[in-house]
Design a protein around this ligand. Structure first.
Ligand code: TMP
Ligand code: ASP
Length: 237
């Protein structure tokens, strides 16, 4: 089914599909990186957890009317997706202060925002994915003003849908990163992955961090935490 490796990123490989140029295979790796690749490790099982968690999230979002590139899981570590051309923007939605915003703006971790913040980062590893404003986003990507607004509104809708989804499994959605792509018709759809690599999730009862911060901050066993998330999601299916 897989034809050739199209691209290898830090956490996934992307393959073309034989005889179907509108689909791609995403293969989730066990590699974890942080701080733009400065910290690296390999965690047996991580690829499987992210593949299955991301699939569960995209399936739920689709049931909620939020379309994405996700089509189906193929096996433990691979999924079939609609081919899109990724828009070079990382869209971060924040409900509670954590991570880079605490360092950049001196906001104390755990400070809730009165309404969700949407931020754009320019997806460029060499530049370290810098924070940009709307005007920069229009300059650096091929989106129109209307499409940028559409991307913001879609990101806020994903936030609205994912908050109760995670609350049901005892997790608070602190923040997350989304990527969007353009499909063959030119439509902008949600792409990439949504997983504990790309979200901050805190246990509602204990406050424990249950996402990639476990690795970034050296808090414990990353795979154990990802396993708990998948088990909780499977339990409410
Ligand atoms: P930040 O606080 O480091 O800016 O991260 C905000 C959210 O975005 C957090 O949930 C982690 C996610 N994220 C990614 O998925 N990829 C990245 O490269 C970065 C920097 C953050
Ligand atoms: N900065 C990303 C993160 O911490 C990973 C990386 O860029 O290596 O999520």
């Amino acid at each position: 089914m897989k034809a050739e490796l199209l691209y290898e990123g830090k956490a996934k490989k992307v393959f073309t599909v034989e005889g179907n140029d509108q689909t791609l295979v995403l293969s989730y790796k066990n590699d974890a990186t942080a701080f733009n690749g400065v910290k690296k490790d390999v965690f047996e099982g991580k690829g499987r957890y992210n593949n299955l968690i991301s699939a569960a999230i995209f399936t739920y979002l689709s049931q909620q009317g939020v379309a994405s590139h996700f089509k189906q899981t193929l096996n433990d570590t691979e999924q079939l997706v609609e081919k899109t051309t990724i828009i070079p923007l990382e869209v971060v939605v924040r409900n509670i202060a954590a991570g880079s915003i605490t360092r950049r703006l001196g906001i104390k971790e755990k400070t809730p925002f009165p309404s969700p913040l949407v931020e754009f980062y320019y997806k460029d590893d060499l530049l370290g994915d810098p924070l940009i404003n709307d005007a920069h986003a229009l300059l650096l990507s091929d989106v129109t003003k209307e499409e940028l607004e559409q991307i913001k509104q879609l990101s806020l809708l994903v936030n609205k849908k994912l908050q109760p989804f995670f609350t049901e499994v005892g997790l608070q959605l602190i923040d997350f990163k989304l990527e969007f792509g353009r499909n063959y018709t030119g439509e902008i759809i949600l792409s990439d992955e949504i997983s504990p690599d790309t979200c901050r999730l805190w246990d509602i009862v204990t406050g424990e961090k249950m996402d990639k911060d476990v690795f970034r901050e050296g808090l414990g066993d990353l795979v154990e935490v990802y396993e708990v998330i998948l088990k909780r999601l499977e339990a409410v299916k």
